[in-house]
Each structure stands twice: as C-alpha cells, then as structure tokens.
Design a protein around this ligand. Structure first.
Ligand code: GLN
Length: 315
C-alpha cells in the first residue's frame, strides 16, 4: 500500500472533537505508579501529533506535554544494537517470539532452555540489548543512545529526565532480579548495575508527541528520514523493528491492536504510543492513564478510530 496523500487536511477537521471524545476513556485507566515519579502525570491528559513525509503536521490536545519514552525506547536501542553488532550477534542472546506474559515477567526465563529472553521488547530482552550497545563505559553507551535518538528526532535536544531515572533506579528491584538471572544464565556478561543504568536512562529520555512522530517518520521511511533524505537506519533493521512492533509492541494487546488499528506501534508505561503508517506518516500519542493491558486507554481508543476512519490498516 503506497499512500501518496496522508489527507492531513481532512484529519485536522475532526481531530479536536475526536480527541475530546477519546479523552473520556482516560477515566477507565490508571496512571502507572510502580515508578513513583510517573504517578505525578495528569490522568486526563491526551495529545497527538501526526507528521507526513513533506513535513506537514496535524496535532491536538496536550501534544506539547513532555513524558518519558519508557518502553518505546526499546525499539530504538534494538535498532542501535543491530547497527552495532549485526543480526546474528543480537539474536544469539535474544529471541524473536511474543511471550503472552507481562513485560517484566521472569517466568519464561526459567521455563525455557536456552534461557535467553523471548524478544527484545520485554524487559529481559531490552536489558540484554542495552548491554550490547557499543561503548566502554555505561556513560559512553548512554551518550551514544541519546545522540542516536536526537538524530532520529530531527535534532531535537532530547534529555534524560533525572527525577524519573532516579525514581526507577531506586525502586527497580524486579529489573535487578531479571538482570542477575540473566548473568546466571550467561546472557549478560557485564555488571548488572552498569547495564541497568544504561537501560533506566534510555527509558527516562523525555520527549513530546512531536518528537515521537518525528522518530516514527524515519521508520515510516524505511530508515531514511523523508525530511532530510538522510539514511539513518538500514532498511533490514527497520523491517525487524517493525515486525516486533506488530507482534509484541502493545504488550498482550498486540493482536487486538493489529486487528483494530493494523499499524506497527510501541507503547510505554508513561502512556506514550509511537506508531506510523509506512511510507506516509509518523504518529506520536500520549495519554498517561493506562488500561488493564498497560497501554494508554485514551490513546488506543483514538488511534483505533483514526486508523479505521482513514483505512490505514496494513492487513
Ligand atoms: N522502565 C520501565 C520498566 O522497566 C519500562 C516499562 C514499560 O514502559 N513497559 O519497568
């Protein structure tokens, strides 16, 4: 499917009204609190930004609100790890299958042999991927990740939210358990605290819906930034990332989102969702109240309706 015209004019007409309708869905959700700092996010917030390959955009709601990328960052650290190491080295340590378990579950690590994480988007997989980023110190790895993310966002001065980082570092005992388990299994060779500092830092990178849409636009362009024509990611690695986004990007609601919206997407516990229409549009959404599956309650509602109305489904 090649979309020549993303029909932003049409979207601009109904978007504010649709956003307000979807905002009501926030009431059914809960803001994540297991990272204490995240619980401060406004429950009723909802914002969206859509950006097409010509640089035209449409936005509505709280699209200027900054939030941390959380699990959305895992898509791009996976891509950077692939660029640093190649496919074979990455998939020696991380699998390619959905789990059906929670993103922070340790269950399958013990049940399945070899005990490598099922995929790079669950925490065990993303922590492993963090260890594969090139750099001789955690600081160097984190600096390379930030630099890569800034480049993908078209030069936006993205920064780590230190308060969120510290909040997760102080309370992230489940991720610590996963880390030590991975060391025991021979999947991680580095110090757990060092790997976790890289992982927590990239989860705590702060962005807006516009930044998300800009990063997503590079994926929509198969790795080439349509606005600068710069090739930022090899096409093959976008193909891999896109496939994981479809099969496990929306946690255990990935199948439902594929059926209802039909777009590659990745969500995070701060309520962000990054998605895109291949060849046409990058989209960023934030709505901090999460549904029972851990995705933005209002954000999913808005994206599913939008995709159906605009006939964006890839399937
Ligand atoms: N930093 C979060 C964690 O490890 C990311 C989880 C998420 O967004 N699902 O728990």
């Amino acid at each position: 499917m090649i979309i020549e015209d993303a029909r932003l004019d049409e979207i601009r007409e109904f978007l504010p009204e649709w956003l307000e309708r979807s905002r009501q869905e926030a009431a059914a959700g809960e803001v994540a609190s297991y990272i204490p700092e995240l619980s401060k996010a406004p429950r009723e917030a909802l914002g969206i930004h859509l950006l097409d390959k010509h640089g035209d955009s449409a936005s509505a709601g709280d699209c200027g609100m900054a939030f941390t990328l959380q699990s959305i960052s895992k898509v791009f650290t996976l891509i950077l790890a692939l660029m640093d190491n190649g496919e074979d080295a990455v998939f020696e340590r991380v699998g390619m299958e959905p789990t059906g378990d929670n993103f922070n579950s340790m269950l399958k690590l013990e049940l399945v042999r070899p005990g490598i994480p099922f995929n790079p988007l669950i925490n065990a997989g993303a922590i492993t991927v963090s260890s594969l980023i090139r750099g001789s110190t955690p600081e160097e790895k984190s600096a390379r990740i930030l630099e890569f993310f800034r480049k993908l966002s078209g030069g936006s001065p993205l920064e780590v939210n230190e308060a969120v980082y510290r909040s997760e570092f102080e309370t992230g005992n489940l991720n610590r358990s996963i880390g030590y388990f991975l060391v025991e299994n021979g999947v991680l060779n580095d110090s757990v605290e060092d790997v976790l500092s890289v992982y927590f830092r990239h989860c705590s990178i702060e962005a807006t819906c516009r930044d998300l849409a800009r990063m997503a636009l590079v994926l929509a362009g198969d790795g080439t930034d349509p606005l600068s024509s710069e090739k930022l990611i090899p096409r093959r690695y976008v193909q891999i990332a896109k496939t994981f986004m479809i099969t496990c990007g929306m946690y255990n609601a990935s199948g439902e989102f594929a059926i209802k919206a039909g777009l590659p997407a990745k969500s995070g516990v701060s309520g962000g969702i990054l998605t895109f229409v291949p060849g046409a549009l990058g989209i960023g959404v934030v709505g901090p109240a999460l549904n029972a599956k851990g995705n933005s309650s209002a954000g999913v509602h808005l994206l599913e309706r939008l995709s159906q109305r605009m006939d964006w489904s890839l399937f």
